[in-house]
Design a protein. Structure first.
Length: 253
């Protein structure tokens, strides 16, 4: 009987928030910023680590003349973002007194990560096919040359619009199934597919709120890109902590 009650609790759906969305989002960000200040050393290390990995990846793409993959890889990084914040979720959970340092379902986190990786690879493949459809099977001219073509020719503009819509659909699905599934698997002993389903349900049932949150994350990420990713050093842990508080708020853990 105890096991049955525990299973029901683990699969409890998110509550539906009916309060104004912006105050809720600002509260999550404020809580995330407070965690950042209270764990400054760990936070900076997480931010520096992520920025270093991204820059090394960009340098590798440039070295191997794979610049055309930069935009899909940026989209992929957005999809994998929640995975890289698992350690931050643990810090926020411990600060809230909701558990120790362990992870409730580490194997299921790996499973969700594989699903996300398949989604990213599918998006990269779609990007390759779209490029071939609009520009044919010709050698890649270089990132900057292609970027110029993208915004100065009819084919390039059409590719940009089509690619943005396609990438947006991939990103929306990835966001919906992962935004709460990773923090959930840190806190709850539940299977990965159930966690993704609960995350998707929470996102769709709180659509305006989560659309606002996704817009906020995207805008802050864009700011980070414009600063050469330097702003990502503090923004990454703040958003990670804030996502935990969003999860705790909606799922009342």
């Amino acid at each position: 009987m105890h096991h049955s009650n525990q299973t029901v609790t683990s699969r409890r759906k998110a509550r539906i928030l009916d309060q104004p969305v912006w105050p809720t989002v600002k509260l999550w960000l404020a809580l995330g910023t407070a965690d950042f200040r209270n764990h400054l050393g760990h936070s900076i290390l997480y931010g520096l680590g992520l920025v270093s990995v991204i820059w090394l990846t960009l340098l590798a793409l440039g070295y191997f003349r794979l610049g055309w993959m930069i935009l899909p890889m940026i989209s992929g990084a957005m999809l994998l973002g929640p995975l890289t914040t698992v350690g931050l979720y643990r810090i926020s959970r411990r600060a809230q007194g909701l558990g120790g340092q362990g992870v409730a379902a580490p194997g299921q986190i790996f499973l969700v990560s594989v699903v996300m990786m398949v989604l990213i690879l599918s998006w990269v493949r779609a990007a390759v096919l779209l490029f071939a459809v609009f520009f044919g099977l010709r050698p890649f001219a270089g990132f900057w040359e292609t970027l110029q073509t993208l915004f100065t020719t009819p084919q390039g503009i059409l590719l940009f619009v089509t690619g943005s819509i396609t990438g947006g659909l991939f990103a929306a699905l990835g966001f919906a199934i992962s935004v709460f599934s990773f923090p959930m698997l840190v806190q709850r002993d539940i299977d990965g597919f159930s966690a993704m389903g609960l995350s998707f349900n929470a996102t769709t049932q709180n659509f305006r709120l989560m659309l606002t949150w996704a817009t906020c994350v995207t805008a802050l990420s864009a700011i980070a890109v414009l600063t050469g990713l330097l702003a990502l050093i503090p923004l990454f842990p703040i958003l990670g902590f804030a996502t935990w508080h969003a999860y705790a708020d909606l799922f009342q853990d």
